[in-house]
Design a protein around this ligand. Structure first.
Ligand code: MG
Length: 340
């Protein structure tokens, strides 16, 4: 198999803000694997929070030899997992291998994995802003989406106000993501109020590894989901001590195969399962869609937050991000628009 990679910059439709910062563009690593006259494509977004960059992901792929059997997915995955870090690069390789295998067999990846095509409706993410601005975005999402995910962690004492403003503008189910920005005291003050406002669950209120995690799990009136605490299968047992659910992302797990293992292990531990994404194109989002049916909640809106999706094919149908029914990941590069 021939493998190569490049860095692609994606432009967002509008500035995106979370507790850790704002961005107008995002960099992803795109991997191509050629074998037996077919090409597999994969993409993932390296996460700065975990000291990964597009450059470090590219360097990882450039040091990767895959051999000649694209169907030896378990062996290939084990070899990649032994190399430290660079989970996004591993996820892009995993996606390209599955795309290739699907094309060689003439099957969409979700069928290759024996899964249903459709998962739960995606949430629509509303970035951190002042309460009125977030309420305006919630109202605008009406009719297109069936759930909203609000980014909190403003550090200004207005987080509950944000949820209250959105609640008055929208009747959709609400989820919140604090991105590690609260202390135990702040969480215990805010969560009962969010429960009264009908929020379904709260994602990562405390810092990853915060020793107060187990106490918050015991005392919270809302289910706590952990994202920054949960990367691979090896983290799940510890997550069960500090949360009621986990947020799986391919860019953290290293790809779809590990995500499937994590979803099943989470069930065994009595944990809820959410599948999240990064800011990524339809190529990255399609990989998430393939395994979404294993999850209780999904947040797969990354491609919908872009100015232009260079890999169309995933369809938003009645609030569900539906993967294509064509072989592999089923998405194809958009024709280049001629510029005058
Ligand atoms: Mg999160």
């Amino acid at each position: 198999m021939d493998i190569r990679a490049r860095v692609v910059t994606l432009e967002l439709a509008e500035r995106f803000t979370i507790a850790r910062g704002s961005t107008d563009t995002t960099e992803v690593v795109h991997v191509e694997i050629d074998h037996a006259g077919e090409r597999g494509n994969g993409e993932a977004a390296p996460i700065e929070r975990y000291d990964e960059s597009a450059a470090s992901a590219l360097a990882f792929v450039e040091r990767t030899e895959l051999g000649d059997d694209p169907f030896s997915l378990e062996d290939l995955g084990e070899r990649l997992a032994k190399r430290p870090g660079e989970q996004a690069a591993k996820a892009a390789i995993d996606a390209a291998l599955h795309d290739l295998c699907g094309k060689l067999l003439g099957l969409p990846v979700w069928r290759l994995l024996g899964l249903r095509r459709a998962g739960p409706p995606t949430s629509w993410t509303i970035g951190l802003a002042d309460p009125d601005a977030m309420a305006g975005k919630a109202a605008a999402a009406q009719g297109r989406f069936r759930r909203l995910k609000l980014k909190l962690g403003g550090g200004d004492g207005l987080d509950v106000e944000r949820v209250r403003a959105v609640r008055s503008a929208s009747k959709l189910p609400l989820q919140v993501d604090v991105n590690e920005w609260w202390s135990l005291e702040e969480a215990l003050e805010a969560l009962p109020q969010l429960a009264e406002l009908g929020v379904q669950y709260c994602e990562q209120p405390l810092r990853a590894g915060d020793p107060d995690g187990p106490e918050l799990r015991r005392r919270s009136p809302l289910p706590i989901y952990v994202d920054e605490d949960c990367h691979t299968l090896a983290d799940l047992a510890a997550c069960a001590e500090r949360a009621h659910g986990v947020t799986i992302k391919l860019a953290k797990s290293g790809g779809m195969r590990e995500a499937v293992r994590m979803a099943h292990a989470a069930r065994a531990l009595g944990l809820g399962v959410m599948l999240g994404c990064m800011l990524e194109s339809g190529l990255g989002i399609s990989a998430g869609c393939q395994v979404a049916s294993l999850c209780d909640h999904v947040d797969l809106d990354g491609n919908l937050l872009l100015a232009h999706d260079p890999w169309p094919g995933v369809q938003l149908v009645d609030g569900v991000q539906l993967p294509p029914a064509s072989p592999g990941l089923g998405v194809h590069p958009a024709p280049r628009v001629a510029l005058d």
